[in-house]
Structure formats: structure tokens, C-alpha cells
Ligand binder design. Structure first.
Ligand SMILES: [Zn+2]
Ligand SMILES: [Zn+2]
Length: 272
């Protein structure tokens, strides 16, 4: 069954409403669709769901779920950021929203001076952030990114780790570190071990293909092999920000042996 649990809408930085996304999913033969608005409560950030609208978002998704009941099963969740000292992806933080599941994500790497360097905003901001806050050392930036993810996986209560090597986003068109370096592969293995020990899943996320940055998913083929070696569960996600991208490259990744399982295939427990 086609399913996607990583979906954005106009409630954060997506182009379409939940209703439009649901119609597109039905038209493409999806059986399940989960919404995952960007969250960083209590912060109100551009492109993120405002805490003031938290319950309106849930009401809208549940209304659409009811409207299309019998045609597609709709879930309400979120993609919650970990920004040290500011916000954490924890079910207790978002429990009042009655989510079906929670995705945890790192989109900003916090430097020693407290600055938040955006991982996936623009190549220019990334380069400037590394120059100004990591002494121009891309390796320490990438290491901090993985350490932030490992800390998050080990300490917070969520279900799925989003795009576990988002640092690769600009590395094909604007290379800034060597993905084949031993130190980098060691970081991938450390994260895979943490995921396996925690029982949390991660995702094969095709969002960078939809947006033309990469010709491969997050995680890379090599990282996928490492995750497989450690027995980490994965879901396949499009991270769609528009109705047209809801099944982006699913035909390329859907058939992988035993790797792409759907831990959310059974109705997940409600968080409340
Ligand atoms: Zn994300
Ligand atoms: Zn996302």
C-alpha cells in the first residue's frame, strides 16, 4: 500500500492545504497519508506552525480525515525540531495536540557560541554559518550535526528520525565535505547504532530529489546499507511540500528488500 507520513501544507511551509494533499494522494492510489507540520514550540518561526494555531491545525487535519474516511486513512503528526536550549521533539511537549506520531528533526546546528546554523536553507547561509561559527571547518560542523541527532535519538521520545544525512543536501552542487571520508562513515555508523538501540525508525526521504538538489534520497545508498546492517527500521517518505511531489521517486525506492517497512502500518497508539 502506498503511504506517506512526511507531508507539509500551508499550515507551515507547504504550498497546498491538507484537503488538496489528501485529494492528490487519493488520485495517486495512496492508502494512508500522515501530516507532519514543522514544529518548534514554544518558538514561532517562519515556515513553522505557530503555537497559536496548534489546535486549529489538528482540527483541520481531523476534519479532512473524516471527509475522506473510507477512501484514505489520514493521520495527524508533526516534524518537531531539536534546537538545543530552545525546543525538543518530545511527545510530552506536543501531547495536548493528540498526535498519532511524531517525527524528530535537526534543521539547525547549534555552534559553541550559541548561533544556529541552518543545514538546509541555502548554500550561501550554510557556507557563511560554517565560516562564522565553526571557524571555517566543515568537518566540525558535520560532526556537530550528527552529535545533535545522536543526542536527540538517545534522549527524546519520538517515533521517526527525519532525513538522517540532511547535511548532504548541498554537497552535490556545492561540495563542502568528503562523504567517502572515514570519519564521515564513522558518524553514520554511530547514528545507526543509536537508532538501533533506541528502537526508533528513520526514513528514506526523497525530498531532495523533488527539489532538484540530489539524485538520491536521504540517507545515501552507502548510509542505507549501514542502517540495514544494524537493523534500523525505515519508512519511505516524500517530505512533500506540494501536491505534485507526494510520491516523488517512490517507484525508485519502494521495492527495496525488507528495508522499507512501515512501522506505522498498524494504527499507531495515540499519544494522549
Ligand atoms: Zn525536515
Ligand atoms: Zn519535512
Amino acid at each position: 500500500m502506498l503511504a506517506n507520513f512526511h507531508t507539509h501544507t500551508v499550515w507551515c511551509d507547504g504550498k497546498n492545504t491538507p484537503e488538496e494533499m489528501a485529494e492528490a494522494a487519493i488520485a495517486k492510489g495512496f492508502g494512508r497519508l500522515g501530516f507532519s507540520s514543522h514544529l518548534a514550540f514554544p518558538e514561532s518561526m517562519e515556515g513553522y506552525l505557530s503555537p497559536d494555531w496548534a489546535l486549529d491545525y489538528v482540527r483541520d487535519v481531523r476534519r479532512v480525515a473524516e471527509k475522506y474516511a473510507g477512501r484514505i486513512e489520514i493521520f495527524c503528526g508533526g516534524e518537531a525540531d531539536y534546537i538545543p536550549g530552545a525546543t525538543t521533539p518530545e511527545k510530552s511537549r506536543y501531547g495536548f495536540m493528540g498526535f498519532d506520531y511524531l517525527i524528530g528533526a535537526v534543521h539547525f546546528v547549534t555552534a559553541d557560541d550559541g548561533a544556529r546554523v541552518p543545514v538546509d536553507d541555502t548554500p550561501e547561509k550554510l557556507v557563511r554559518g560554517i565560516a562564522e561559527h565553526f571557524g571555517g571547518d566543515a568537518r566540525s560542523f558535520v560532526e556537530r550535526y550528527f552529535e545533535q541527532q545522536i543526542f536527540m535519538v538517545e534522549h527524546f521520545d519520538f517515533d521517526v528520525l527525519a532525513h538522517p544525512d540532511l547535511v548532504r543536501k548541498f554537497n552535490a552542487k556545492h561540495p563542502y565535505f568528503d562523504e567517502a571520508a572515514e570519519w564521515y562513515e564513522a558518524l553514520e555508523a554511530r547514528l545507526a547504532r543509536s537508532l538501533a538501540a533506541s528502537g526508533k525508525a528513520t526514513e528514506v526521504n526523497t525530498g531532495a530529489i523533488a527539489r532538484g538538489w540530489l539524485d538520491d534520497a536521504y540517507p545515501s545508498a552507502g548510509f542505507r546499507a549501514t542502517l540495514r546492517k544494524y537493523g534500523v527500521k525505515c519508512i519511505l517518505s516524500s517530505d512533500a511540500h506540494a501536491a505534485s511531489g507526494i510520491d516523488c521517486a517512490f517507484d525508485r525506492f519502494g521495492g527495496q528488500e525488507n528495508f522499507l517497512i512501515f512501522p506505522l502500518d498498524k494504527r499507531p497508539r495515540n499519544m494522549i
